[in-house]
Design a binder for this molecule. Structure first.
Ligand code: GLN
Length: 551
């Protein structure tokens, strides 16, 4: 696998899905990658999404869950978050490709005249562009294995060009250089008391119709797969029995790598790719993390105030960051999902008073804004630990301006361009932006943390870098007034002076960040802001309990 020039020549694993969506291709791909990585191989994962949007940046979170942002500023599918959280390595734009981007590239080439004289067609032009993107990461020479997850389900009209490209790619590569893993469902029929293999047989047939014979079947199931059933699946689907892998429902996605290890998924994959590897698994840190997750000694309840709370995937990275931070603190974090539209001056106390901490979430637009501001007021006045992320931080600034500086009409230019005090204003470079797609301030930017602040105590260093996704910022024309009233700007972008972190020294834990710390938290490297926030929630819960006993 290591070529002579020191660069690796990659092998390729494709993960397809059948029977139904939402079987967890991303988690299976991440778990396999984790196991391969733990055996010393260098692995990356990419996701190909069949929809026509160039990227999910303009999608409503209700449609597609959270938009995950990479260091290089790509707005991507939330599965990339899983890749990073499992592998502890960074992804980039190259790790997420949509049909829209493929077509955009081909059509742009056509307009340039690259195909002069030719009719531009799905085969070969679209499939060639897909194949070029399949090998993009492999050609860097950094990876032993590139795993490509094909979004959607076998049988979807949109998936066809991807499957055709995979078929061609396999045909063109050397023998044993590619592998197809098909994820499928073995439903349990309660009335018959039986596990059923027919849907799997049909979905494999459909894959075969596209000219692809899967090498390994990963079968999601609520019950263990008996050997007779595995033999039946193997026989009908044209794979060996040892290539039928059981994927039982797990309590936590973080247990799946260990389940896959027991099922020998990685061993099977390496064998079929003809990769010799006798390295021991280095999974100690992972196993410790899972152990701590399964055996918490404390519990806290943290309110998450947002406007997309009906769909928890809209806040995927935040929820996962709480799991990581909870595990380090041996604390189970229960999230209380609070709809910002339901919060009012009258009911804020009733809804928030029993919480151990409150996070005000990122977001866009007017809906639910007053509820977020009300949540900030309540936790600020009552000493409840607070973390505001992006829009959550901006709402904290507005709340402070309204209720401490007594500017009742203070607002963000985003919600009210006529406000007399736009304490949150549009960024200068955003004023000329007219198109919505990919035009926010995106990706990693540096931030200087001021010594002697809570932020500095949390990070333990002055120079940090965090990921962003926004168009508005704290208006520096009002910074002095806010500071005089007690608000501290504890993190600043060194080039533009944009305020990145705010805090309130008079409060036990009041922190707002313009960036998204949740995008950098991983299982083995939990984000310090979340670790500290959970700790503050535990302290607050303790104090409340003592106060209750004394009463
Ligand atoms: N709407 C705000 C802005 O664009 C906040 C964005 C966010 O929370 N990601 O600045």
């Amino acid at each position: 696998m290591s070529a002579e020039n020191g660069k690796k020549s990659a092998k390729y694993i494709f993960v397809t899905g059948g029977v139904t969506s939402s079987l967890g291709k991303g988690i299976i791909a991440s778990s396999l990658a984790k196991l391969l990585q733990s055996r010393g191989l260098s692995v990356t994962i990419q996701k190909f999404d069949p929809y026509l949007n160039i990227d999910p940046g303009t999608l409503n979170p209700y449609e597609h869950g959270e938009c995950y942002v990479t260091d290089d500023g790509a707005e991507t599918d939330l599965d990339l978050g899983h890749y990073e959280r499992f592998l502890n390595v960074r992804t980039s734009q190259a790790n997420n490709i949509t049909t829209g981007r493929i077509y955009f590239n081909v059509i742009s080439a056509e307009r340039r005249g690259d195909f002069l004289g030719k009719t531009v067609q799905v085969v070969p032009h679209i499939t060639d562009e897909i194949k070029r993107n399949i090998s993009l990461l492999g050609e860097t020479g950094e990876y032993d294995i590139v795993i490509t997850e094909i979004g959607g389900c076998v049988g979807d009209i949109e998936s066809l060009p991807f499957l055709e490209a995979v078929r061609q790619f396999r045909f063109e590569q050397g023998e044993n250089d590619t592998l197809v893993i098909h994820l499928t469902l073995i439903p349990y029929l309660h009335s018959a008391g039986e596990l059923k293999t027919k849907p799997t047989q049909h979905s494999v047939k459909m894959l075969q119709e596209s000219g692809i014979q899967p090498d390994i079947l990963v079968c999601r199931s609520e019950h263990p797969l008996p050997i007779e059933l595995r033999k039946k699946i193997a026989l009908f689907c044209n794979v060996q029995v040892s290539s039928v892998i059981e994927a039982m429902d797990a309590n936590s996605i973080y247990e799946v790598p260990l389940l896959m290890k027991r099922e020998k998924l990685d061993q099977r994959a390496l064998y079929m790719l003809d990769i010799y590897n006798d390295r021991d698994y280095e999974l100690t840190a992972w196993e410790e993390f899972v152990h701590r997750l399964q055996n918490p000694a404390h519990t806290v309840t943290i309110g998450l105030v947002g406007k997309y709370v009906e769909l928890h995937d809209a806040y995927k990275s935040i929820a996962e960051s709480f799991i990581h931070a909870g595990a380090v603190n041996r604390c189970k974090v229960r999230i209380e999902w609070i709809h910002s539209e339901s919060l009012t001056v009258e009911n804020a106390s009733e809804i928030l008073k029993n919480l151990d901490a409150v996070l005000v979430a990122p977001g866009f637009g007017e809906r639910g804004i007053e509820g977020k501001i009300e949540a900030v007021r309540y936790v600020r006045e009552n000493g409840i630990p607070f973390l505001g992320i992006c829009l959550g931080m901006q709402m904290a600034v507005i709340e402070y301006a309204r209720n401490v500086l007594n500017w009742p009409e203070a607002h963000s230019f985003e919600m009210n361009p006529q406000t007399p005090q736009p304490v949150i204003d549009i960024m200068e470079e955003q004023k000329k932006v007219t198109k919505k797609g990919g035009t926010m301030r995106l990706g990693a930017y540096p931030c200087k943390v001021q010594k002697g602040t809570l932020a500095h105590a949390i990070y333990g260093k002055m120079n940090i870098s965090e990921r962003h996704r926004h168009r508005y910022e704290l208006n520096n024309n009002y910074l002095e007034a806010l500071q005089q009233a007690g608000l501290v700007a504890s993190g600043i972008n060194p080039e533009t002076n944009l305020v990145e972190i705010i805090e309130l020294p008079t409060h036990p834990h009041f922190v707002g960040v313009q960036f998204h710390p949740e995008l950098r938290s991983t299982a083995e490297n939990p984000h310090p802001l979340f670790v500290h926030f959970v700790k503050a929630a535990m302290t607050y819960a303790d104090q409340r309990q003592h106060a209750a006993v004394e009463e």
